[in-house]
Design a protein around this ligand. Sequence first.
Ligand code: BDR
Ligand code: CA
Length: 311
Amino acid sequence: RRKIIIDTDPGQDDAAAIMLAFGSPAELDLLGITTVAGNVPLKLTARNARILCELCGRPDVKVFAGADAPLQRPLVTAEHVHGKTGLDGPELDEPTMPLQEQHAVDFLVDTLRSEPAGTVTLCALGPLTNVALALQKAPEIAGRVAEIVMMGGGFFEGGNITPAAEFNIYVDPEAADIVFKSGIPIVMMPLDVTHKVLTLRTRVEKLKAIGSRPAKALVAMLEFFERFDVEKYGSDGGPLHDPTVIAYLLRPELFGGRDCNVEIETASPLTAGMTVVDWWQVTGRQHNARVMRDIDADGFFELLTERVARL
Ligand code: BDR
Ligand code: CA
C-alpha cells in the first residue's frame, strides 16, 4: 500500500480524485488531506474537503487547512468554472467533522520527517503553495518524498487561464518554481492529458447507474462543472483534470509520457505560470519531471466508475 497525502483545492474534479482515492483502500493509504486556496478561498476548500469525507463515509480522515494565499501574489480563484462554493451542483450538507488544528504545512513537514524516507507520495491537485512552503520550512524533506504526482501545466495544449498558463501553476508560479527545482521526482499531468478525459454522456451515465449517494453527488458536480466547457467551447464534456493523478498511482500503464526538463515562468506578465517543457530535448537541461501526454481515456473512466461504485 502506497502512503499518500492529497493536497487539494476542491473543486468538482478534485472531488472526483478524492473519491477515486477513497475507493482504492487496498492500494492507497491516505495519511491526510491538506487544503490550499485555489479554485475558491481556503475557508471553502477546507470545508469542501470535509464535506467529501463525510459524503463518502470517511469522517476519520484528517483534513488540514494550509496557505490562504500564494507566496507572492494575490489569490486568483475560479468560481467561473466551479461555482461560488467550488462544489456547486449537488445539495451538500455542511460538514460536522472537525478541521485539524495543525497547519497543513506543519502536517506535511512532520509526516515527511516521521515516516520512513521515500515512502510518502504527495498528490498535488491545486496550486503548489503548501508544498513549496513545506520545502522552504524544512528543505531536508525534499530527500524524503517518494514522489510528487501533480496536476498542472500544459505545453502543446497551451493554457486555460491565460493563453500560456494552466490555472494551478498560474495561481502560484513561484511555488511551482520551488517544487520543480527541488530535486523531488515529479510526475506531471498537464492539460495535454486532462483535455483527453472528457465527461462524455455515455461515461457519466455509467456513474449515474451506480445510484449511491456519493455517485449521485459526483454526477451532479460533473454536470455543473462540464457546462463551462460545453457552453464556452462546444466541447462534448468537461476535462476531468485531477483524478488523473490518482489514476496514475493505481494504473500507470494507462498513461504515456517522457522524462523532460520543465521550467516555470515567473517573470513575464504575459506568460507567468507557463510550464516550459523541453519535450524535444533541445536544451540539454537536466530532466526534472516525467511529463505525461497520453491517456487511455476509456480505461481511466472504467477505473473511476469501478472505484466510485465501491464507496
Ligand atoms: C486545475 O485547476 C482547477 O480548476 C482544477 O481543479 C484543476 O486542478 C485545472 O487547470
Ligand atoms: Ca484542483
